[in-house]
Design a protein around this ligand. Structure first.
Ligand SMILES: [Zn+2]
Length: 279
């Protein structure tokens, strides 16, 4: 996971417009007031391309490039229809994408309905993160939590949001690409989104090995003049648009204690112009 900047709100999603989105929002509010289960019209699909482009076509959770193999989804960060809790995280089935050994329980048949058409509740994601792993899970620190969720009650979410958090600080990675949460939020996000699933670990492995290899090279450098060249190689792997760039940045933060901004600054000082913008 890597920090992203949320795209500007599209006009249809502005609260004062009379767009189909706002009409759908009002129908949900009417259903809630009448004590009925709301029906959500999928109008968020209209903004999928906006979020996809903004996130460099990468899943907001696992950071895989989505569009080559998957239509991709708009995920509701806070689930709109129901709330589930995770009792056992489970794992990826052998040689399959499905999840086995996972135990979830429904804790509310009403979700964060008022966020169904809220621009700030959307994240472009791959289908597996959305519909096989994250589902309607939304862990919060409060125990017991508010059931059903109430717009008047503030909660402390435990799931990392790439638009609102600095995810690189919440994870650490092994030399082979295995992920581990360093904080409560990091651990909850790994468990809920299945970021430690075998297929992702395999996908991250080569890049993780390259980064750790470059860091080892730096330690034994005979000529310090070569250091900027090695840092530049790491920087290229951690560019925002690249798969698992967040992992590269986490490794740098954990191993060197360096913020990505400082890497850019170091390279500028070393004579590498036009490095792009952060994040
Ligand atoms: Zn994903």
């Amino acid at each position: 996971m890597i920090q992203c900047i949320r795209p500007p709100v599209q006009p249809d999603f502005l609260p004062r417009s009379d767009s189909p989105v706002q009409q759908a929002r009002r129908r949900v509010e009417d259903a809630i007031q009448a004590g009925q289960k709301p029906i959500f019209r999928n109008l968020w699909k209209k903004c999928k391309h906006v979020f996809a482009r903004n996130q460099h076509y990468k899943c907001g959770y696992c950071e895989s490039i989505v569009l080559a193999t998957d239509f991709g989804d708009i995920d509701h960060f806070a689930p709109k229809g129901e709330v589930h809790e995770l009792n056992a995280p489970g794992r990826e089935a052998d040689h399959m994408s499905k999840v086995v050994g996972r135990s979830c329980a429904i804790v509310s048949d009403r979700g964060y309905w008022w966020l169904a058409y809220d621009w700030n509740n959307y994240i472009f994601s791959c289908k597996l993160c959305n519909t096989a792993w994250k589902l309607s899970l939304f862990p919060v620190r409060e125990s017991p939590r508010q059931i059903p969720p109430d717009p008047a009650v503030t909660e402390t979410r435990l799931l990392l949001n790439p638009f609102e958090d600095a995810p690189v600080l919440h994870f650490e990675f092994s030399e082979f690409g295995q992920i581990r949460g360093k904080t409560d939020k990091g651990r909850a996000t790994v468990a809920v989104c299945g970021l430690d699933r075998l297929s992702l670990f395999r996908k991250r492995r080569e890049k993780a090995q390259l980064v750790f290899g470059l860091l080892k090279e730096m330690l034994v450098l005979a000529n310090r003049d070569d250091e900027p060249m090695l840092i530049k190689k790491i920087y290229e792997m951690g560019k925002q648009e690249n798969e698992h760039a967040g992992m590269v940045r986490s490794i740098i933060a954990n191993e060197l204690g360096l913020d990505w901004d400082l890497i850019e600054e170091y390279l500028r000082i070393s004579g590498y112009p036009n490095l792009g913008t952060h994040p």
